[in-house]
Design a binder for this molecule. Structure first.
Ligand code: ADP
Ligand code: ZN
Length: 301
């Protein structure tokens, strides 16, 4: 048994749930990957992992769950802790928080939010967003999703933002591409997610060379999206993660396109210093896991 607090984290994804237990310094003491099947077996395996870890290490102080959405993160809502309408088979209305509370300990503090809200909180506590109380994290991967910290609080409303689904002006060279979003066709996710790039160019995004026209089009769309987010939420910084942003050369392209689009309208040092305004995730690849830990830290308060 160790002294000090222990925090549990779940990164709930469409293909796998990653569970971890960490100490107060974020040292990962136990970790497991569980394939995402139906809710009952997936969540039962998560619960078993935490029960076993608690037998070995001691009781958790809090658990944080950073999960795919859409979901209900509002504690005062009847469907709090549930997944909402999702095309993912069997997961619609899945009561994630209820299941884990019952299986673990009904008095365990649990934080529950989207993967991207978890990531923005983790970046603000431990990553590229340190010092910012107004911050946006956007993932450009299989989908596009965004989380926001506003006045130091995670942004909720009717549920949580869905800023990946905003509409963008089409580039004149791209008018015939229908977009891949199953709901909106050519929204930002439909035009600029990894699968959108792959559908448009019929090639794996990772294998497109840096001088391929795919990337200037990608920077064009992402800068449009960032402009809308920047002007709507007025974040002090925007952090970009997700598989597509492994193409690091996109950062200078997006920054210069965003500067061009803003046309000097917002004259603030934070924004004019574009190299420090649009930043890569410093938790790349682990933003979900640390997102869960960040939500656990927040839940204990
Ligand atoms: P998810 O969004 O499912 O959590 P990722 O953020 O890793 O996962 O995004 C996966 C998508 O990102 C893939 O569908 C692919 O299109 C794209 N992708 C992954 N790696 C790269 C890469 N090195 N360069 C460009 N695109 C990539
Ligand atoms: Zn959409």
């Amino acid at each position: 048994m160790k002294n000090g607090k222990l925090f549990g984290s779940i990164e709930g994804g469409g293909t796998k749930f990653i569970c971890a237990v960490a100490d107060e310094q974020n040292n990962i003491l136990r970790e497991i990957r569980i394939p995402t099947t139906l809710p009952q077996p997936t969540l039962a395996a998560c619960a078993e992992f935490f029960l076993q870890a608690q037998r070995e290490l001691g009781a958790l102080t809090a658990l944080g769950i950073a999960c795919f959405g859409p979901l209900d993160p509002r504690p005062d809502s009847p469907s709090y802790g549930h997944i909402l309408a999702t095309p993912k088979l069997g997961w619609e209305n899945a009561d994630i928080v209820g299941f884990l509370k019952n299986a673990l300990d009904t008095s365990l503090p649990i934080g529950f939010d989207t993967d991207v809200n978890g990531a923005v909180l983790a970046e603000s506590l431990w990553g590229a967003g340190q010092g910012a109380h107004d911050l946006v994290y956007l993932t450009i991967g299989t989908g596009i999703g965004g989380g926001a910290l506003v006045n130091g609080q995670l942004l909720h409303g009717y549920a949580h933002p869905e800023m990946g689904h905003i509409y963008l002006p089409r580039h004149e060279s791209d008018l015939d591409f229908p977009g891949v979003c199953p709901f909106h066709g050519a929204c930002m996710e439909g035009l600029a997610s990894g699968p959108a790039i792959e559908a448009r160019w019929q090639q794996k995004a990772a294998s497109l060379p840096p001088d391929h026209p795919a990337w200037s089009l990608e920077a064009y769309y992402l800068a449009q999206g960032l402009m809308n987010i920047c002007l709507t939420l007025a974040p002090q910084r925007i952090i970009l993660g997700g598989g597509v942003m492994n193409q690091g050369f996109l950062f200078p392209m997006i920054r210069s396109e965003l500067t061009r689009l803003l046309s000097g309208y917002v004259r603030l040092p934070e924004i004019e210093d574009m190299d420090r305004y649009v930043l890569p995730s410093s938790l790349a690849g682990i933003a979900g896991l640390y997102g869960g830990l960040a939500l656990a830290h927040q839940a204990q308060l």
